[in-house]
Every structure is written in C-alpha cells, then in structure tokens.
Ligand binder design. Structure first.
Ligand code: F6P
Length: 328
C-alpha cells in the first residue's frame, strides 16, 4: 500500500448491469463513511454521471429503507465516454469540483477495468465492490446479486417443471451470465435439471443428444439449462438443432432474461453487500487502492484490479461433477 493522506470525501457509484444487493452496498458505504466522519457523495448514472456532474452529497438517512430493494438508487450505465482519455479527464474535474478524493465503484469486471485506468491516470484511490449477477469475478466466492438471481432462476425452473412434466415435454431454459456459466450450474443443481450447457465446458449437440436419449426413457420431463454465453448460440438455437435431428421431441423454449436481475435481494446478498461495503471504506482509510474487496472461504480478501483483469472465474468442477451424478 502506498503512503498518502486518508481520504476525506468518498464518491460512490454503481456501474454496468444492476444487481440485487447494490442498494445494500451503497447503504453500507454511506453509513461507514459517515461513521468515520467522512463526506460521501453519490454519483448518479455510473461513470456517465461522473462525466455529466450528476453528484449529490449523501447522509445516513438518504440510504434508509433501501437495503431490501432491488436495482440501484444511484442508477447505472455503461459509459462509452469513460473509455476515452478525454472522458476520464472530465470525470476527474468533477471529482475535484466536489472535493471528492477517493472513489468506490460497485460493479463488474468492465467497471473495474475503467477504475484501474482512472486510478493510474489521475492517482485517485479506488476500491471496487463486486456487484453483478454473473459471479464471474475471480478471487471472491460470490458477487453481490448472484444468490438472488440464481434463486429467481431456480423458482422459474421449478414452475417450468410443473408444466413440463404435465405434458412430457423437453424444455430449454436460457439463463443469464454473459460468458460465465455459474448461474446455469447453480440453478441446474438446485432445480434438478437433467443437463446444462455452459461456455466453460463446451459439449456440443452430439453429447447433449446422447444424454437426452439416456434420460428420456425414464423421465416424464427433461429440462436443459442453457447459459446465454454457451457456444451453441442460446436456448432457441440449441432447441432448433435438437429438433432438426430428433423431431419426435415435444420441445419448448423459455428465456428468463432480465427477470433474473430484479427483485428484493436475498439474505446472502444483503450480508455480502454490507460486509464488502464496510470493508471498502475501511480499506480506503488504511491506504488501499486499485483493489476489489471480496469474500473467500468466509474471509475478506482484497484482490488487485490487475490480477482480476488477467484471469476469469473458473467454474466449480466439483459442482459440475455432482450435477452429472444427480441428473441420472
Ligand atoms: O452482467 C449482467 C448481465 O445481466 C449479463 O448476465 C447479461 O449478459 C447482461 O448483463 C445484459 O445486459 P443488458 O442489461 O445491457 O441487456
């Protein structure tokens, strides 16, 4: 850690796709800052809001009654302007105008890539809090929003199972996750799916059809969970390819989409958001910067942005293995 004066005024923003639990993290940041007699400002609309000067001071009561709400009270965006040197220079000018001397970014890998460049160019201490439903950040066991999104997906698949088994149907259910199969894997185990298709372990249609032939004989319904980033091109495409080869399947497709991003955060997400929100402020106070705070094996961890951006989160091999056993 470098030696520099402790920050006196922290800016906080949410960036990228919103995730349930972001509000709980904002609340934790604001209250921990005020607890330590720091000023804290909310930046509205992510990095775009920093460029457009959408900034407002926050106090402890401004974050009352939000811990249970999905979405983000600070709104979010993906900013093209912040990817440019000019955009980041304007963003720094906004920080100076308000006297903000440190930043907390709640978001995913794209948001942290931007934060890392901003920190390197302008020397602003930045700490990241992992807020994304995708659970695609290495070093932390979970990201804020993943637990809620996976529960939402699981409940949807439970409902689909009711109708699938009433009609002896084969369902392809597409879940989110961008290039990461974590939602598909966890939801697949929790909802008892027969098969999952994930980008980290490309299986191809042949392997899927062999698996379907084996399970079809003994089951009244079959559910295949397809991660949106799977190399076959999503649930509609997988269904089309299967149907082209085996016309006798009565197939249906359900794309769960943005319903997975909404809703009240789960206990796990609220607790993770509270822990990492407090830790982010305390880390800035003790001189930390250019790191993401996460939790691994029950302990807080601080992962440098540079090592985050070099790797991707590996899918849990043991969970993949047990899914294969349990879906026979
Ligand atoms: O990163 C979160 C996420 O929901 C991904 O799972 C998904 O691919 C993407 O965002 C969707 O982005 P948008 O809301 O911009 O359509």
């Amino acid at each position: 850690m470098s030696f520099r004066p402790a920050p006196a005024h922290i800016g906080v923003l949410t960036s990228g796709g919103d995730a349930p639990g972001m509000n709980a993290a904002i609340r934790a940041v604001v209250r921990t800052a005020r607890f330590n007699n720091l000023e804290v400002s909310g930046i509205y609309g992510g990095y775009e809001g920093l460029i457009k000067n959408e900034v407002r001071k926050l106090n402890v009561r401004d974050v009352s009654n939000i811990i249970q709400r999905g979405g983000t009270m600070l709104r979010s965006a993906r900013s093209a302007a912040f990817r440019t040197t000019e955009g980041r220079t304007v963003a720094k000018a906004t920080m100076d105008r308000h006297g903000m001397d440190a930043l907390i970014v709640i978001g995913g890998d794209g948001s942290f890539a931007g934060a890392a460049i901003f920190q390197a160019e302008h020397g602003i201490p930045v700490i990241g809090i992992p807020g994304t439903i995708d659970n695609d950040l290495p070093g932390t066991d979970a990201t804020i929003g993943f637990d809620t999104a996976t529960n939402t997906a699981m409940e949807a698949v439970d409902r689909i199972r009711d109708t699938a088994s009433s009609h002896d149907r084969l369902f392809f259910v597409e879940v989110m996750g961008r290039t990461c199969g974590a939602i598909a894997l966890h939801c697949g185990i929790a909802a008892g799916a027969e098969y999952i298709m994930v980008p980290e372990r490309p299986q191809g249609i042949d392997e899927l059809i062999t698996a379907l032939e084996n399970t079809e004989r003994s089951k009244s319904s079959v559910i295949v969970i397809v991660a949106e980033g799977d190399e076959e091109g999503g649930a509609y495409e997988v269904a089309r390819k299967v149907k082209a080869r085996y016309d006798h399947y009565d197939t249906r497709v359900s794309v769960l989409g943005h319903v997975q991003r909404g809703g009240n955060p789960s206990v796990a997400d609220r607790v993770l958001a509270s822990l990492t929100g407090v830790a982010a402020v305390e880390r800035l106070l003790s001189g930390g910067s250019a790191e993401m705070v996460g939790q691994a094996n029950g302990k807080l961890v601080f992962i440098p942005f540079r090592s985050l951006l070099d790797q991707s989160q590996a899918l849990d091999g043991e969970l993949l293995r047990i899914l294969g056993i349990l879906s026979i």
